[in-house]
Design a binder for this molecule. Structure first.
Ligand SMILES: [Zn+2]
Length: 247
């Protein structure tokens, strides 16, 4: 796993409460037991305006100056939306890389995600920036000597009971909650997956001889006031009120 492009030495000791594992879903983005947050749907938010602009442009005469002008305006509008998206990615990855020493995610099959998205409008695909998000997150963590770990996509993160390790191969995609047939624990699909992802990441850290220091300080990490406040500020800046369901 831990291969690096720069010369910054990765930390060999990290605090337990600064290690976070996220489950990822197309609808909710990142989820853990302590927090969940959405990625703003920048294109979807502007869907109506985009449609109107496209319609207006299509009525203009081919090859005319007006058409050219319209095309230029539309391109500018797209790049404005894209810049907002990039701005959000930079702010959120900065926040995560400041507050955590190790972030554990699933190595997603993006092609599969796109197929999954293909039935929905194009804006969903444009809004979905997993690759961009993880590339920037990796760079920011590495600059600080921190770790980003990807868990193999075939690891059964949703189907494994995080309490006893039982694998529920019968679990269906639409089952959001389930009870482990072995230990009777009630499990929330996404939170259970995030715990399994984190545990798998801890194993990988240990295999790489990285020392994990126990720390029960709840003012740092996902429960810390500073982290939550900063996350709230970013969310407020980018999401419309009705969409800000995180925290
Ligand atoms: Zn169990």
């Amino acid at each position: 796993m831990i291969e690096r492009k720069n010369n910054i030495r990765p930390r060999q000791e990290i605090e337990d409460n600064k290690i976070i594992g996220f489950d990822m879903s197309a609808s909710k983005f990142l989820i853990t037991k302590e927090i969940e947050f959405m990625n703003p749907r920048f294109y979807r938010m502007e869907e109506e305006r985009l449609k109107r602009k496209h319609r207006k442009l299509s009525r203009k005469q081919k090859g005319s100056n007006n058409k050219l002008k319209g095309q230029y305006k539309l391109a500018r509008f797209y790049s404005k939306i894209n810049n907002r998206k990039k701005d959000w990615i930079h702010k959120i990855t900065h926040l995560l890389s400041e507050h955590f020493d190790c972030i554990i995610l699933e190595d997603l099959n993006i092609k599969g995600m796109q197929q999954f998205n293909s039935g929905i409008s194009k804006s969903v695909t444009l809004d979905f920036s997993w690759h961009q998000f993880t590339a920037i997150l990796r760079y920011k963590l590495e600059q600080k000597g921190k770790h980003l770990i990807f868990i193999d996509r075939f690891f059964p993160s949703s189907k494994t009971c995080s309490n006893c390790g039982h694998i529920n191969s019968q679990l269906l995609l639409n089952e959001r909650k389930w009870v482990c047939p072995d230990c009777s624990t009630e499990l929330d699909r996404d939170i259970n997956a995030s715990i399994n992802i984190r545990n798998k990441g801890l194993e990988i850290l240990k295999e790489n001889q990285i020392k994990i220091i126990k720390n029960n300080d709840t003012t740092v990490g996902p429960t810390g006031v500073a982290f939550r406040e900063n996350l709230r500020l970013i969310t407020q800046q980018f999401l419309r009120k009705k969409e800000a369901t995180c925290l």
